[in-house]
Design a protein around this ligand. Sequence first.
Ligand code: IPM
Ligand code: MG
Length: 361
Amino acid sequence: MDFRIGLIHGDGIGPEIVDEAVKVLDAVAEKYGHHFQYSNLLLGGASIDATGLPLTDDTVREAKTCDAILMGSIGGDAKTSPWYKLEPSKRPEAGLLGIRHALGLFANLRPAHLYRELRDACPLRDDIIGEDGFDLIIVRELTGGLYFGKRETKEVDGVLTATDSLSYNENEIRRIAKRAFEIAMKRRKKVTEVDKANVLDSSRLWRKITAEVAAEYPEITYENMLVDNCAMQLVRDPKQFDVILTENMFGDILSDEASMTAGSIGMLPSASLNETSFGLYEPTHGSAPDIAGQNIANPIATVLSAAMMLRYSLNLDTEADDVEAAVQKVLTDGYRTPDIWSEGTKKVSESEMGDLLKANI
Ligand code: IPM
Ligand code: MG
């Protein structure tokens, strides 16, 4: 079949990890007789350098012609990069928030799964990980809340005062809740809604609306958890979680925490989906400018993001299984990029890892 895939190489290690993922996608296309037509899209710092803006109408227009988008990462070193001398709305991150908003990507799926082979890279104790490790997914609302609320900095009675507002309406909560419950139906049928309902009105609305959605899914075990407790439970007993459903900011924080428990942030993919099957796929990690250009980054999160893209947007389940199996095989064979290397395993470079993954398709 023919597909049009948007590629956002981005900044830092972004370009190199996307190149490795494309190697794997090309191997998939060849094996299964597909044709992937790639379209390069500018976003973030790369877009600022080329156009002066972190996101242009051209990128949005072109993105909408694609079946899905695979992204590396955007952003640079906030202390040294000239991008951070610009006003906040012109910085790389504003481009990412802008494209999420422009494409209606409200559902952010961030799985955290500990591979058996990476137990040594997991900072949690053996008795916490358990025999079978853990496998959870964070479903994060991505186009509302604090990230998109009204913000301003101004003097109030001579005192500099900054305000960010947090607001959700019931429709925004209902649509992401439905996504989370649908995902749970295909997994272990448990949803933990995470909020700060002991303090925030918006969280109390999340509880009310998600409880209504839960009533439509009697097979699913539904529970509520306060976000501070959830942060603690993720390192105390991650096995208790199946689907964690939460708002934008809490999901941002909890997903970094969850990724570390999975051994390395270099392992975790993500998908950001709209109402249709269209999505933007990117590793959970950032652009790591400190290691860019050294051929030592871990491309697995991006390769697994490509697998999610095959599954969710292109509807190619067998091909997605194949990519995930290649990752499993390479780990079983003992190959590791520096971030997940431990005594007794074979250290490989980023491009060698890409070649190994490709060879296993
Ligand atoms: C993420 C990132 C972004 C976010 C930043 C770069 C704006 O941390 O995707 O988790 O906070 O959503
Ligand atoms: Mg984040």
